[in-house]
Ligand binder design. Structure first.
Ligand code: MN
Length: 734
């Protein structure tokens, strides 16, 4: 195993004054934490993070990244915590280690999940800090190097994942060496027979062509030296996997690929690159259509080189890459070679290489132009899909173009049916927004709602469409049915007859209807006249008599929508007390024991979206407070009674939660009614209302509401604040 001082020496080889203290501290900490743990091979576990750190020094990365390499498995596999790492190594390193912990958990998920889903998760993780990904690649490389000890099917699965995801990603980041090694190692486990065949063939070919290769190389160096160009010419070893890939994609046999020789010419300056190009093109015939100048137009991953193919001294095709040493470094180390990174620039995320990688990845995530990245992966298969997450991290795969409504129905029909809004990545967005890969989708629900029929033309999944059709048909039928009952009750009373449910049921045959519900719905739709129902129940009743009596009465109902404030408050509190009484035992909160009584703070309530704290009172059970509640101050002395709680939102469904707000409003007629109407229009309940004595022209109103969550509450406050008569609307926190 590499010693502590050896690691420091490796870093010192490319860093002027390495942070030895940090490296030593991370070394010791990781070694102690992993303690006696063993790898599958029987080696001490600590050898793995140590090798990962060594790979990172090969990439010449900074001390922070190397420390993260040493620590990368501690949170997941030992008793180390994020807090402890923050305290010992600083918040920045803590955050990176946690990023790797998250990625590791995804590895576990990916055993059953599709590879592409895993990739997208990976891409999401990238957005945090590119160093997480560099360490992840080093981690994967070491695991691939030591894959032999695994069962064949397991090593094949890991190799496939590496081939499809990590190798292309390394390529995308410009880390050619890493990519090559990952591909070679994967190839070996995915297709051992092909690997052997190609390897043997290349070995034979190498032997056979050794003298020819040396001759070409010498010839090139000589010609350049004659023109005073200092150049290093390296024969490029063919990689078994790239040969195999060419065979597959170009449908060529091994022999057809064997006549191509690859050389790399490395010189000191850009000027020398072009001079070299001029010389080889003058001295040998160039193969048309093979010239590419990535010096004047670098690839997006910063790769620079001139590529050309010439017909060599023995009529062999010779592929040449001409570049400077600096370009060579970038080509090998990719994004890790970026100078801003090594200059100790803390804000690597501001650098050009990072910006370009981010851009590429964003483009990829949007599936706009993924061909380049996907060239050697199987991900094309998934291009017609988007992958989104529930707030709990469950992956939902949908066809492209899908909306949050499709998402809701994909999770569960009930969730779709009660969907009234959504949050995408934490922001409230229209439910018709087209979902993008990696979106986290939180559905805002209300059980009193049913999906508008118009959504049928918005959704793309059949499941959503048919569910919406069914739900809106049912909702409409229910409305007509209720309306039908109301109409009949009213019409019976207008003609002075008692509403007679049993009598109506007995009269169904006379109305030629099979069921009461059908009949009610048809009355509601106006397909059956109420008078016909009355006459079916009371055959002695005269039609003229019925119509004469019912017509004027119909007018007396008055316009809809005029309701008194008192009524509204009373109605809503009746409704909600019924709800809260029934559901008291099922407050959707995690972290509490089922048999403890639980209630919301009487001072200010608490709603989902709040961070919450429970206060344990042995006599009373647990009282739930928003973490910011000032009322919590009085419990400061007895911290042992504080309990960390969190909402269990997926169980919350249509539950309502208490919250207190304060409104400062102009003291003029109608204001209070407007407030109440506004709250009612948001489908919220008013539990209690308290109006202070008006000061000047303003009145202060405190209202206890019941809302579904913080978003709901915020919306209500926003709409209230927007009203002309209201100077201020705010939440009260204890
Ligand atoms: Mn690891």
């Amino acid at each position: 195993m590499m010693r502590q001082y050896e690691l420091v020496e490796r870093v010192a080889a490319y860093t002027k004054e390495p942070d030895e203290a940090l490296l030593n501290k991370a070394y010791v900490y990781a070694m102690q934490k992993h303690g006696e743990q063993k790898r599958a091979s029987g080696d001490p576990y600590f050898s793995h993070p140590l090798e990962v750190a060594a790979i990172l020094t090969d990439l010449k990365l900074d001390e922070d990244t190397i420390a993260v390499g040493l620590l990368h498995d501690t949170i997941e596999d030992t008793d180390a915590t994020r807090r402890e790492i923050d305290e010992m190594f600083g918040e920045k390193i803590g955050r990176l280690v946690e990023g790797l912990t998250k990625l590791k958990r995804l590895d576990l998920v990916s055993k059953q999940a599709k590879q592409a889903e895993n990739l997208r998760r990976l891409l999401l993780a990238i957005s945090d800090d590119i160093r997480v990904l560099l360490v992840k690649l080093a981690d994967r490389l070491h695991n691939m190097r030591t894959l032999g000890v695994m069962r064949p099917e397991k090593s094949k699965r890991i190799a496939t994942e590496t081939m499809e995801i990590y190798a292309p990603l390394a390529g995308r980041m410009g880390m050619q060496d890493l990519r090559d090694e990952l591909e070679e190692l994967s190839f070996r486990y995915i297709n051992p027979e092909a690997y052997e065949t190609v390897m043997n063939y290349l070995r034979e070919l190498g032997e056979k062509n050794r003298s020819l290769t040396a001759e070409i190389s010498k010839n090139l160096e000589q010609r350049l030296a004659e023109r005073d160009i200092q150049a290093t010419v390296k024969s490029r070893q063919k990689k078994p996997y790239s040969v195999f890939r060419k065979m597959e994609t170009k449908q060529l046999g091994l022999e057809q690929l064997s006549d191509i020789f690859g050389f790399r010419v490395i010189v000191n300056t850009i000027e020398d690159c072009y001079l070299t190009l001029g010389i080889v093109h003058t001295d040998w015939a160039m193969v048309p259509g093979r010239f590419k100048d990535f010096i004047s137009v670098p690839k997006q991953n910063d790769y620079q080189s001139i590529h050309t193919t010439i017909v060599g001294p023995s009529k062999q095709r010779v592929e040449l890459q001409i570049r400077t040493w600096q370009m060579h470094e970038v080509a090998e180390y990719g994004i890790a070679a970026h100078s801003a990174y090594k200059e100790g620039d803390d804000d690597f995320s501001q650098s050009k290489a990072y910006a370009s990688l981010r851009k590429t990845i964003e483009q990829l995530a949007e599936s706009d132009n993924p061909e380049e990245f996907l060239e050697h992966t199987k991900l094309e298969l998934f291009l017609d899909q988007v992958f989104c997450f529930t707030p709990k991290g469950q992956i939902i795969s949908l066809p492209t173009g899908a909306t949050p409504i499709d998402f809701a129905y994909a999770v569960h029909t009930d969730i779709g049916d009660s969907c009234i809004g959504c949050k995408l990545n934490g922001k409230i967005m229209p439910v018709i927004t087209e979902l993008q890969n990696g979106d986290e989708v939180e559905i805002i629900r209300s059980d009193s709602q049913s999906p508008p029929a118009a959504w049928q033309s918005v959704v793309v999944t059949g499941k959503a469409r048919s569910a919406i059709r069914r739900a809106s048909r049912q909702a409409a039928r229910k409305q007509y049915l209720t309306l039908g009952v109301r109409i009949l009750e009213r019409e019976f009373s207008k003609v002075g007859l008692p509403y007679d449910h049993a009598g109506i049921e007995a009269a169904l045959p006379r109305l030629a209807r099979d069921s009461m519900d059908d009949m009610f719905a048809q009355v509601g739709r106006g397909e059956i006249k109420p008078v016909d129902v009355i006459m079916a129940v009371h055959p002695e009743f005269e039609q003229g008599q019925a119509e004469a009596k019912s017509k004027p009465a119909a007018k007396s109902d008055g316009p809809m929508g005029l309701f008194s404030l008192q009524n509204l408050i009373r109605k809503s509190s009746e409704r909600s007390s019924a709800v809260s009484g029934k559901q008291k035992a099922q407050i959707p909160i995690r972290g509490v024991n089922d048999d403890l009584p639980i209630q919301f703070s009487p001072e200010c309530g608490a709603v989902p979206g709040d961070q919450i704290i429970g206060i344990l009172d042995p006599g009373k059970g647990i009282t739930v407070y928003p973490a910011e509640a000032t009322a919590l101050a009085k419990f400061r002395g007895d911290k042992e009674h504080w309990i960390d709680l969190s909402w269990d939102i997926e169980e919350a469904k249509s539950d309502r939660f208490p919250a207190r707000i304060r409104i400062l409003a102009k003291n003029e007629p109608g204001t209070l009614a407007d407030v109440a109407k506004s709250i009612a229009s948001h489908n919220s309940n008013i539990q209690n209302l308290n109006m202070q004595v008006p000061v000047d022209d303003f009145a202060e109103i405190e209202i206890d509401l019941e809302v579904s969550d913080l978003v709901h509450l915020t919306r209500i406050l926003q709409q209230l604040s927007a009203q002309k008569a209201i100077a201020k609307a705010e939440r009260l926190l204890g």
